[in-house]
Write a new protein. Structure first.
Length: 350
């Protein structure tokens, strides 16, 4: 109890002083701790800044080292490239020298050839002058030779026109030939004979009838179509029931059966035509078509003998295998005979 009494302040002023001392002591302690904390933060920040500075310095050093390494490698590459370019330049220089030497040799050879060519040119000029002199001497006959060549060409064209039944064109060409020969002024016997033959040919052509090849071709094509529609003549036979024998014996029956396979014609004056099958009839009409086509070709090509032979063959087949008494066959045969009489121009060919 005494202790407690002694520890308590006996005066209120003292108590207040003690309280103020305690408060100031607390404030000092707080300020010291705050200062310590701030110094710790500053120290940490300084440490972080130092670390960052070291890292930046290390990164800068590494980057510079990398750049130096890259520059060293580029320098090596450029050095090797430069060496390769120098080798190429050296090789190009050597090649250029070789080409220059080759060109010099070629130039020397060309100069030698040029001198040789000049000498040959001089010789050629001399020969040319000689030829020109000879041509000048032959110039008097050159015009006549050319006119003779022109006359030959005109005669050939007139011949082809005549082969194509073009009488007007052939006559015009022959007149040109006659005029060309007259302009040539040749009074020899051969020239007079040629003029005479041309005049005779012109007179014959004026008297000849113009043959329309296109119409002739169309008429033959129409005949070909009509023949394709014609029925083939069927042979007539007398059966066994028309026999004068009326016996019904064994031999008569056998004879009647054989008559179906064997026919006997006692009229030997008539020409017997073979019995045609359907295939044979087709082959017959194909043969007739081929003959008419040959006749058409002969008419276009100017082959009168082939034309006549093929039409004769068609007429013969019509009389032999078709009914010559029918109106259609008679009309076709009459038309073919009319076409066979068309005038031929072969006698006017020169």
């Amino acid at each position: 109890m005494n202790k407690q009494t002694d520890s308590q302040p006996t005066n209120p002023v003292e108590a207040n002083d003690r309280k103020m001392d305690n408060a100031s002591t607390t404030k000092n302690t707080t300020s010291l701790s705050t200062i310590a904390n701030k110094s710790t933060i500053v120290t940490g920040a300084a440490l972080v800044i130092a670390i960052l500075s070291c890292a930046g310095s290390a990164y800068t050093y590494w980057q510079q080292h990398s750049q130096n390494t890259y520059l060293i490698e580029q320098n090596k590459q450029l050095t090797s490239t430069l060496e390769a370019q120098q080798q190429i330049v050296q090789q190009f220089t050597s090649n250029t020298k070789n080409q220059e030497n080759a060109l010099n040799n070629q130039f020397d050879s060309t100069r030698t050839k040029l001198s040789t060519l000049e000498s040959q040119t001089q010789k050629l000029q001399a020969s040319q002058e000689t030829v020109l002199n000879q041509i000048a001497k032959m110039n008097t006959n050159a015009n006549q030779t050319w006119m003779l060549f022109e006359s030959k060409q005109l005669l050939k064209q007139a011949f082809f026109r005549l082969r194509a039944s073009d009488i007007k064109g052939a006559s015009k060409l022959l007149e040109d030939v006659n005029e060309t020969i007259k302009q040539r002024g040749d009074l020899s016997q051969a020239a007079n004979k040629v003029n005479q033959r041309i005049e005779e040919a012109l007179i014959k052509l004026q008297q000849a009838e113009q043959t329309d090849i296109a119409s002739l071709y169309s008429q033959l094509a129409a005949i070909q179509t009509q023949i394709a529609a014609l029925p083939v003549k069927e042979p007539r036979f007398y059966g066994a029931n028309q026999s004068t024998e009326t016996s019904e014996g064994r031999w008569q029956k056998l004879s009647n059966k054989l008559s179906n396979y064997v026919r006997i014609d006692f009229n030997v004056n008539n020409k017997t035509a073979p019995i045609l099958t359907s295939q044979g009839i087709g082959q017959l009409k194909m043969t007739l078509d081929l003959s008419i086509e040959k006749a058409q070709w002969a008419a276009i090509s100017g082959q009168p003998s082939i034309y006549q032979n093929e039409l004769n063959r068609v007429t013969e087949f019509l009389n032999q295998y078709f009914d010559a008494n029918s109106t259609q066959v008679k009309a076709i045969i009459t038309k073919i005979n009319t076409l066979k009489m068309k005038p031929s121009l072969s006698k006017y060919l020169i």
